[in-house]
Design a protein around this ligand. Structure first.
Ligand code: ZN
Length: 132
C-alpha cells in the first residue's frame, strides 16, 4: 500500500511534525506488523526522526544546519538554493519505522518530521506500508 501525503510548507526552513498523518495512514492500512517506509521525492527537502515532545529541539537542529550551511557561500549551483540541496543530503530522503500492534513503533520522545529547506512549496511525502 502506497499513499502520498501533500504538505504545503510555510517558510524557507521548516520542520513539520507529520507523525499524526503517518500514523493515520498506518491505521487505515490495517497492517498490524510490518514496516512503514517514508520517502521524500524532492532534492531540497528531507525526512527526519527526532524529538517532538519539545519543539525547541527541531528549532535547534534547523539553527545548527543554517550555521553549518549558510544560504550564500559562493556555491556553483546557479539556482541560488545550493544550501537547501546540501541540507537535504545531510538529512536524507527516507526513513523506515517498524509497525507493531498496528501502530508506529516510535520511541517515547520520537516524532517524524518533514524537513523543508527551500520553501514555501507544495511538497509530497510518500508513505509505503509493507506487512511482514
Ligand atoms: Zn537547485
Amino acid at each position: 500500500m502506497l499513499q502520498t501525503l501533500s504538505i504545503r510548507t510555510r517558510s524557507r526552513n521548516e520542520s513539520r511534525d507529520v507523525t499524526a498523518e503517518v500514523e493515520h495512514v498506518v491505521r487505515a492500512s490495517g497492517v498490524t506488523s510490518g514496516i512503514c517506509y517514508l520517502y521524500v521525492p524532492h532534492t531540497t527537502a528531507g525526512v527526519a526522526i527526532n524529538e517532538h515532545a519539545d519543539p525547541d529541539v527541531m528549532a535547534d537542529v534547523e539553527q545548527a544546519l543554517r550555521g553549518l550551511v549558510p544560504h550564500n557561500a559562493g556555491y556553483q549551483h546557479a539556482e541560488g538554493n545550493a544550501d537547501a540541496h546540501i541540507k537535504a543530503v545531510m538529512v536524507g530522503a527516507s526513513q523506515s519505522v517498524p509497525i507493531e500492534n498496528g501502530r508506529l513503533a516510535l520511541g517515547t520522545w520520537q516524532g517524524i518530521f518533514f524537513c523543508e529547506f527551500d520553501g514555501p512549496r507544495e511538497r509530497k511525502l510518500r508513505v509505503k506500508i509493507m506487512a511482514g
